[in-house]
Design a protein around this ligand. Structure first.
Ligand SMILES: Cc1cc2nc3c(=O)[nH]c(=O)nc-3n(C[C@H](O)[C@H](O)[C@H](O)COP(=O)(O)O)c2cc1C
Length: 220
C-alpha cells in the first residue's frame, strides 16, 4: 500500500488544481518553473517520439499580439507569471526523421531491427490508427503534448502553483504569429495548446463541479 501521507499530499495536489484565469503579481521562481518544465520534458510519448517543444514565452510584444487572437487567454496573458506554448511536430510519419531518431535515441541501431520496427510503426499508423493525412499525423503528435500538459499542471499544483490549460485561440493565426516571430517552423510544427502558470489572485466563487464519479469510473 502506498504511504498515506504521500497519498494525502497527492490528493491535496489534485484538489488544489483548478483552472485559474486571473493571477496575483507574485512571480514563480526560475527554479520552480524549470522543475515544472522537467515534468513536460520527461513525459511519455507514443513510440517515444517526443515530437514536441515547450516554449516559455517571455516576449511582451508577442503576448500582446496573442491577446488579439487568443480569446481563452485574455487575463492570463496579462497576469500569469509564466506562459508556456506547447508545440507539436508535423513530420511524424513512420518514415520521418523524427521517428528514426526516436529509435536511435532508444538504442536501436541494428539495421534489421530498425527496418522491422519501422514496418511495425507503418502498420500501426496506417492500419491501426488510420493516420492517413497530414492533419491526422499532426493531431496524433498534438495528443502526446497533452500528457506533458497534464504533468505540468499536476506538478505545479503539488508545488502550490496554479495553472490553466488553453485551447481558446485561432490556431491558424497563432501559427502565423509564431512563425513570423521565428518561434516555429510552420512546415515542421504547429501550436497544440498553451499553459498559463502563476499564483491565483483569489479562490474560486463556486466549488468544483464534476459528473458523479459512478458515471465515469467503472469496474467491469
Ligand atoms: C484542453 C483544455 C483546454 C482549455 N482551454 C481553456 C481556455 O482556452 N481558456 C480557459 O479559460 N480555460 C480553458 N480550459 C479550462 C477548462 O474550462 C476547465 O479545466 C474546466 O472548466 C474544468 O474546471 P477546473 O479546471 O477548474 O476543474 C481548458 C481546459 C482544457 C483541459
Amino acid at each position: 500500500m502506498t504511504d498515506d501521507t504521500l497519498k494525502k499530499q497527492i490528493r491535496q495536489g489534485i484538489d488544489h488544481r483548478l483552472a485559474v484565469r486571473v493571477y496575483s503579481d507574485r512571480k514563480i521562481s526560475k527554479e520552480d518553473v524549470d522543475f515544472i518544465l522537467d515534468a513536460a520534458w520527461l513525459s511519455p510519448s507514443s513510440i517515444g517520439l517526443e515530437a514536441w517543444r515547450f516554449i516559455v514565452l517571455e516576449d511582451d510584444s508577442i503576448k500582446e499580439a496573442l491577446k488579439e487572437i487568443a480569446w481563452g487567454a485574455q487575463y492570463q496573458l496579462e497576469t500569469a507569471s509564466h506562459f508556456v506554448l506547447l508545440i507539436a511536430g508535423k513530420d511524424v510519419r513512420y518514415d520521418s526523421d523524427n521517428v528514426y531518431q526516436s529509435l536511435v535515441r532508444r538504442g536501436l541501431t541494428d539495421e534489421a531491427d530498425l527496418k522491422a520496427r519501422l514496418a511495425r510503426y507503418r502498420s500501426f499508423q496506417e492500419s491501426d490508427m488510420h493516420l492517413d493525412s497530414p492533419r491526422a499525423l499532426f493531431d496524433w503528435a498534438a495528443k502526446q503534448t497533452y500528457i506533458a500538459l497534464g504533468n505540468m499542471m499536476m506538478t505545479a499544483s503539488l508545488m502550490g502553483i496554479d495553472s490553466c490549460p488553453i485551447e481558446g485561440f485561432d490556431y491558424d493565426k497563432v501559427n502565423q504569429l509564431l512563425s513570423k516571430a521565428g518561434l516555429i517552423d510552420p512546415q515542421k510544427e504547429g501550436i497544440a495548446s498553451m499553459l498559463s502558470l502563476g499564483y491565483r489572485l483569489r479562490d474560486p466563487k463556486h466549488p468544483r463541479s464534476r459528473k458523479p464519479r459512478e458515471d465515469v469510473v467503472f469496474w467491469k
